[in-house]
Design a protein around this ligand. Structure first.
Ligand code: CP
Length: 304
């Protein structure tokens, strides 16, 4: 039995297979409509979510399966002190697979050790299914995962989706990064030293989005996360540091795409939504196909 706890749990070949399956699902949805008839997905969300929880639920329903679960710790027996290990032992009696979001890093790993069903980390700081979604979006809209210049912009310090995406993309050939952030939100040194430099990846760190835009194939925007700041004053000072608008989009290539894991706050002006290069809502749709492919892979459901 396999779990997905970290995006690097899958080899490049396994990721390629999963993305190929997701693309087949996108093209042939009816073929997959009953392949999980009789199966159940449990969504154990100890933290808020819109996209991840609902896209998992949509994914399982699209496969013919059913879903059950909770959407906050308060509405589960965690509020009475039940451990993650006990919870997953119980849920293993009700469901065939589960997706867990938890505020404590490592909670899905603890769950996987007590579980008799596959456990998917749906966000514990790391966010592997967002990375699968991002890889599928890039593969589908750019046609490749190599030979790309990717700008990552905003909160590169606390934005774990950015860290996971860098770790996943350094495994492909000739991928370059432009890391765009204010000084206070620069990428952590372990990513700079142990991931980028160690793998001889070309990267630059810049503060002005305008300086990077003309060179990019992909611009990946991120939200400055209020919940990560201890000091309200620092958050207020940094939250609107980057605002992508139509004026700035004029500096970008015609075939650049703009991605964002969402939710957004102010960092992408709504006027950009109408630009054909805005890919963040298509990215949401790819998240459903990526999760459908993941459920089938972990349940070892073969579809001819
Ligand atoms: N991208 C993402 O994880 O969104 P949610 O927090 O709404 O699930």
């Amino acid at each position: 039995m396999r779990h997905l706890l970290n995006p690097l749990d899958f080899s490049v070949e396994e990721i390629d297979d999963l993305l190929a399956l997701a693309r087949d699902i996108e093209s042939n949805l009816p073929k997959y409509a009953h392949v999980c008839d009789g199966k159940k997905l449990a969504t154990l969300f100890y933290e808020p979510s819109t996209r991840t929880r609902l896209s998992f639920e949509a994914a399982m329903m699209n496969l013919g399966g059913k879903v059950l679960g909770f959407s906050s710790a308060d509405s589960s027996s965690a509020s009475k002190g039940e451990s993650v290990a006990d919870t997953i032992r119980v849920v293993s009696c009700y469901a065939d697979i589960c997706a867990m979001r938890h505020p404590k890093e490592g909670a899905p790993l603890v769950a996987s050790m007590a579980s008799s069903i596959p456990v998917i980390n749906a966000g514990d700081g790391g966010h592997p299914t967002q990375t699968l979604t991002d890889l599928l979006t890039i593969r589908s809209l750019k046609g490749r995962l190599d030979n790309l210049t990717i700008g990552l912009c905003g909160d590169l310090k606390f934005g774990r989706t950015v860290h996971s995406l860098i770790e996943a993309l350094v495994r492909y050939t000739n991928v370059k990064f432009i890391l765009i952030s204010p000084e206070e939100l620069r990428i952590p040194s372990y990513i700079r030293e142990d991931v980028l430099k160690k793998n001889n990846i070309e990267f630059q760190e810049v503060e002005r989005l305008e300086d990077a835009l003309p060179d990019l194939d992909i611009l990946y925007m991120t939200r400055v996360q209020k919940e990560r700041f201890f000091n309200e004053e620092d958050y207020v000072r940094l939250k609107d540091f980057y605002i992508l608008n139509n004026q700035k989009m004029k500096l970008a290539k015609d075939d650049m795409i703009v991605m964002h894991p969402l939710p957004r706050v102010n960092e992408i002006s709504v006027e950009v939504d109408k630009d054909p290069r805005a890919a963040y809502f298509r990215q949401v749709q790819y998240g459903v196909y990526a999760r459908m492919a993941l459920i089938l892979t972990l349940l070892e459901v073969k579809v001819c």
